[in-house]
Design a protein around this ligand. Structure first.
Ligand code: UDP
Ligand code: MG
Length: 313
């Protein structure tokens, strides 16, 4: 199963990053050349509609045999892009990284050192994270909840500067799920993971590729992909509400017998009703999140479609 032909592969998903790519090339390739190991870089073009692809292809020519570009036929999302990069990678260590330089490529040697010392997954924690306050705050809550309900233990799920041993990559390549979250998946398979702190900077060029809606969807991928807890939680909630209503009914019956009928409190009743309808819709929605994903899985469409791989001999 092993086809490790180089020491280090770097996998980078790219989606409309024409502004960031020149600086990325300028900083990444010197780091790779200075490693003293054989290397390759696999870019996955996730359906960019700007000049990203052309710029990546220039790199293929500049570093023949060392740079590959997997060109997607459409936008399949960051995690699918990384998945495709993993399938194409041949390194005995695989590093993932974003194209926008929010994580410094200069940290790659530190990640490799951790793998050399026997760790199979090296995660990173963004020290002094430079993102909008709302993103940091939301991440904190998500990290907490996710650890709680998945039983995984990661300090920072969102940081994509990570290194994996070949064994982990082969395990991930063996998975065929259509929605996934790579750091959580790797953590599931890890025997000896570690997290180190790395620097983090603001996105200097371009804008984040995640809208609020996409972020929420991504977090549902993480939750549903790694835990059934949301389903169990709504069942528990349903049980609780049903139990409470039952007691309330008994009280109302007794009240009617001993005190008489009551007709006031119409709006109180409506408020309670609207609240419970909201809760019901939310619960149906959670069940729907799982059902939608089951449906996606059983359709068995390809998870992503590759137009062409450039730089393959
Ligand atoms: N990305 C991608 N496909 C997408 C969205 C993002 O390949 O649909 C890439 C993007 O080009 C970047 C990385 O994933 O290299 C992280 O995206 P971004 O920096 O926008 O996310 P953020 O840092 O805001 O979480
Ligand atoms: Mg970013």
């Amino acid at each position: 199963m092993e086809k490790t032909l180089v020491d280090v592969s770097v996998v980078i998903p790219v989606y409309n990053e024409e502004e960031s790519l020149p600086a990325l090339f300028e900083r990444l390739f010197p780091v790779m050349e200075s490693l003293g190991r054989s290397w390759e870089v696999v870019f996955v073009n996730d359906g960019s509609r700007d000049r990203s692809l052309g710029m990546l292809l220039q790199c293929v020519d500049k570093f023949p045999g060392k740079v590959r570009v997997v060109d997607f036929n459409g936008n399949f999302g960051q995690h699918m892009a990384i998945t495709a990069g993993f399938s194409s990678s041949r390194g005995s260590i695989v590093v993932t990284m974003d194209a926008d330089l929010q994580n410094p490529p200069e940290e790659i040697p530190r990640l490799l050192a951790e793998i050399d010392s026997g760790h199979d997954v090296v995660g990173t924690i963004r020290s002094m994270r430079k993102d909008p306050f709302f993103r940091k705050f939301a991440s904190k809550i998500v990290n907490r909840i996710t650890n709680r309900i998945t039983g995984l233990n990661l300090n920072d799920y969102g940081c994509m500067l990570r290194a994996y041993s070949r064994r982990i990559i082969e395990l991930i390549n063996g998975c065929s799920e259509t929605t996934t979250f790579i750091p959580a998946l790797a953590q599931r398979f890890a025997l000896n993971p570690i997290e180190i702190e790395v620097g983090h900077s603001e996105r200097e060029q371009g804008t984040s590729k995640y809208s609020l809606f996409r972020l929420i969807r991504l977090n549902f991928d993480l939750m549903t992909g790694f835990s059934l807890f949301p389903l169990q939680a709504v069942t528990m909630l349903g049980l609780f509400v049903a139990g409470f209503s039952f007691l309330f009914t008994i009280y109302m019956v007794l009240r009617r017998i001993f005190v008489g009928p009551e007709a006031e409190g119409l709006f109180t009743l409506m408020t309670i009703n609207f609240f419970l309808m909201g809760v019901t819709m939310f619960c149906v929605g959670i069940a729907g999140e799982y059902i939608g994903r089951i449906f996606q899985e059983i359709r068995k469409r390809p998870r992503y479609i590759v137009n062409k791989v450039y730089g393959d001999e």
